[in-house]
Ligand binder design. Structure first.
Ligand SMILES: NC(=O)c1ccc[n+]([C@@H]2O[C@H](COP(=O)([O-])OP(=O)(O)OC[C@H]3O[C@@H](n4cnc5c(N)ncnc54)[C@H](OP(=O)(O)O)[C@@H]3O)[C@@H](O)[C@H]2O)c1
Length: 433
């Protein structure tokens, strides 16, 4: 095959793959102009070949034989859109080993085996491009690779899971419960039948690992990211947070603390005036802070067939151009900062406690003693609601910055107080965003 035509092998034709395949066929002329070379779809891999597929994609190209497509000598760029760790990772590896360029949107494979795959691509002098793996259609991998490279990054604060942001927005704006909001998200196709990876923060942790490796020049895997999901949140937490001037968001946070990196995904109180507090519904936003650039925010659609295809097609064009021009892909910046991962127990931040106590004199003093003994200083206490029948009261306590290990110890000690009915929720407050 001459360099005036580049063969594309597509692994997966689901939500994203279908949109990518349609564009490769229907916009072939325009894409050829952009790439300076014709892109030819040579094979499309699915699990179930009997299903009726998009009519724009020639049926003769569709196969269940992924190996045949990866091994096809006419395929120079393998586009992996199957998702999941295996067999996707094996096919990416196979393609790179054969000296083929790879484009993927697979956050799980990259957050688990990213260093190895990047190393293999460099060894074989081919591109491994993954713009769609974090932030969907939002350009963020490219800017971290190139435009922001001269910066020392101090932090990333991101809303990078549209499903959970949609659920939290409904809970906040309509006072619905977590379960109701989840069902609405599923009905609208924003949440999968099994939403565990989204609501437990796993998906966001994979994406944070990918972004942090690039931003902090240190290899990070999904397992390095501490995570808590959103299922413990109650409608009342949104109300109280709102009264205190905060929104509640599932944030993915990476912060450099000297020679360590704090990496976490958890629900968090965010000041209402901050940009991230205003990112609602299925939208995503990623704020990066660097020593030269200051704070920059990337905002847009983090998922969906068209935005994700936009990122995948951009990567395909980049790979095709480098092949057509006979260029070697640029070497990636070294991941040699050697930052250690800060355990969650060493985190210092502000906290919000919602507790239910017996409505008796002296209870507040006892709570203050527990907190004071552990160096946790109270910023404010508000009695939110008293229940005459049960003689209980709900309190919201905001603290000054405290150490996570001390906060966990305090929760245990508070639970031991006779007057404590329930420690209903403890949330971190991200005051510095
Ligand atoms: N959906 C989004 O909005 C979005 C956004 C950003 C990134 N991504 C990422 O993009 C990738 C694709 O996501 P998607 O939503 O398009 O997934 P999807 O709708 O589940 O599609 C997966 C496709 O891969 C095929 N496939 C899966 N396992 C296979 C196997 N073992 N052998 C052969 N074919 C197999 C499926 O075949 P069948 O059609 O026969 O089932 C299907 O065509 C994932 O890595 C995902 O994380 C998705």
């Amino acid at each position: 095959m001459s360099n005036s035509t580049i063969g594309i092998g597509l692994l997966g034709m689901g939500v994203v793959g279908t949109e990518v395949a349609r564009n490769l066929v229907l916009k072939a002329g325009r894409l050829a102009q952009q790439a300076g070379v014709t892109l030819e779809l040579k094979g499309v891999v699915v699990r179930d070949v009997s299903r009726i597929r998009d009519s724009a994609v020639p049926a003769r190209l569709i196969t269940a034989d992924a190996r045949a497509v990866v091994d096809d000598p006419g395929v120079q760029v393998v586009v992996e859109l199957m998702g999941g760790l295996r067999p996707a990772y094996d096919y990416i590896r196979m393609a790179l080993s054969q000296g083929k360029h790879v484009v993927t949107a697979n956050k799980e494979a990259l957050a688990t085996y990213g260093s190895e795959l990047v190393g293999l691509a460099e060894e074989r002098q081919v591109s491994l491009l993954y713009e769609a793996s974090a932030g969907g259609g939002i350009p963020i991998i490219g800017p971290l690779h190139k435009d922001l490279l001269a910066n020392e990054t101090s932090s990333i604060h991101a809303i990078i899971n549209g499903t959970t942001n949609y659920i939290l927005t409904r809970m906040s704006q309509e006072g619905t419960s977590f379960q109701e909001a989840l069902v609405q998200a599923q009905e609208l196709g924003y949440a999968e039948a099994d939403p565990t990876n989204d609501i437990e923060g796993t998906d966001a942790a994979y994406k944070l690992a990918i972004l942090s490796s690039l931003a902090f020049h240190t290899p990070v895997t999904g397992g390095d990211v501490y995570r808590e999901g959103i299922s413990r949140l109650a409608a009342v937490d949104f109300r109280y947070a709102g009264e205190l001037g905060y929104a509640i968001k599932l944030l993915a946070i990476a912060r450099r603390e000297d020679s360590a990196l704090s990496l976490r995904v958890h629900p968090c109180l965010v000041p209402q005036e901050h940009l991230l507090a205003k990112v609602d519904g299925v939208f995503n936003a990623i704020e990066v802070e660097g020593d030269l650039v200051g704070r920059v925010v990337f905002h847009g659609r983090g998922a969906g067939p068209k935005p994700t295809a936009s990122a995948v097609l951009g990567d395909i064009l980049e790979a095709a151009r480098s092949i057509a021009e006979g260029r070697k892909p640029p070497r990636r910046a070294a991941l040699d900062n050697g930052l250690r991962m800060l355990p969650i127990h060493d985190l210092v931040t502000q906290y919000y406690f919602r507790v239910t106590v017996a409505d008796r004199a002296g209870v507040l003093a006892k709570i203050a003693t527990v907190l004071g003994d552990l160096n946790i200083s109270i910023a404010s206490v508000i009695q939110k609601a008293s229940d005459e029948a049960s003689q209980t009261a709900e309190l919201v306590i905001m603290t000054h910055p405290a150490r996570e290990a001390h906060v966990r110890e305090a929760v245990g000690r508070m639970r031991g107080l006779d007057e404590m009915v329930e420690v209903s929720n403890v949330l971190r407050v991200e005051g510095r965003v």
